[in-house]
Design a protein around this ligand. Structure first.
Ligand code: VGL
Ligand code: ZN
Length: 198
């Protein structure tokens, strides 16, 4: 009863053919569905940006996807347009058993700020409400997986560990973007934060 499975951003745009495709991102869906059977609580996160979101390179003149920019809250990678609210790319992968979700956390819906973590936006301050939800339900142990290992899974797992949760990341049920060593940095950062990796 104190455990939850948190499935991060298993959405069409992060799967092959999507706008910000993560290599082999679709491979994890069957395994995630199977693992859901071991949990009484399943929570999904959904990247959910308005058109013209400030994390999109297309919103910044002279910038290309995967370049960096400086936001008021710090450095930010600029992405191809992805997971725009109400589009097919923002939908969960069609085979993901989204019916199992008790709760769907949407994030990245404020135009001026990106949100990798399921707990806080990229200013590390604005809460999504997930912590309050878990606390009210008495959930203290989190298993996390999904897309992408080095961005949304990483930020979510590190924030969860900092908030005091016992956190396990199932690496085999994650896939990474892996730009400029971001995967290795993320794995080190998660371990340093006390996240267990299986
Ligand atoms: C993600 C980049 C931009 C993710 C979301 O789900 O890891 N990455 N938006
Ligand atoms: Zn996004």
């Amino acid at each position: 009863m104190t455990d939850a499975l948190i499935v991060i951003d298993v959405q069409n745009d992060f799967c092959p053919g999507g706008a910000l495709a993560v290599s082999r991102g679709d491979e994890i869906v069957t395994g995630i569905n199977a693992l859901m059977k071991d949990f009484s609580t399943v929570i999904l996160t959904q990247d959910w940006h308005p058109a013209g979101h400030s994390s999109f390179a297309s919103s910044h003149t002279g910038k290309a996807p995967f370049e960096m920019t400086q936001m008021p809250y710090g450095p930010q990678v600029l992405w191809p347009d992805h997971c725009v609210q109400g589009t097919a790319g923002a939908d969960f992968h069609p085979d993901l058993n989204s019916n199992r979700a008790d709760m769907i956390v949407r994030k990245g819906f404020r135009a001026a700020i990106d949100s990798y973590s399921a707990f806080f936006e990229n200013d590390h301050q604005t809460p999504t409400g997930l912590h309050g939800y878990l606390q009210e339900r008495g959930i203290s142990n989190l298993t996390m997986l999904g897309l992408a290992t080095d961005f949304c899974v990483n930020f979510s797992a590190v924030d969860a560990a900092k908030l005091g949760y016992d956190v396990l990341v199932r690496e085999g049920l994650c896939r990474a973007i892996d730009m400029d060593g971001s995967l290795e940095a993320a794995m080190d950062g998660m371990r340093d934060a006390g996240v267990r990796i299986a």
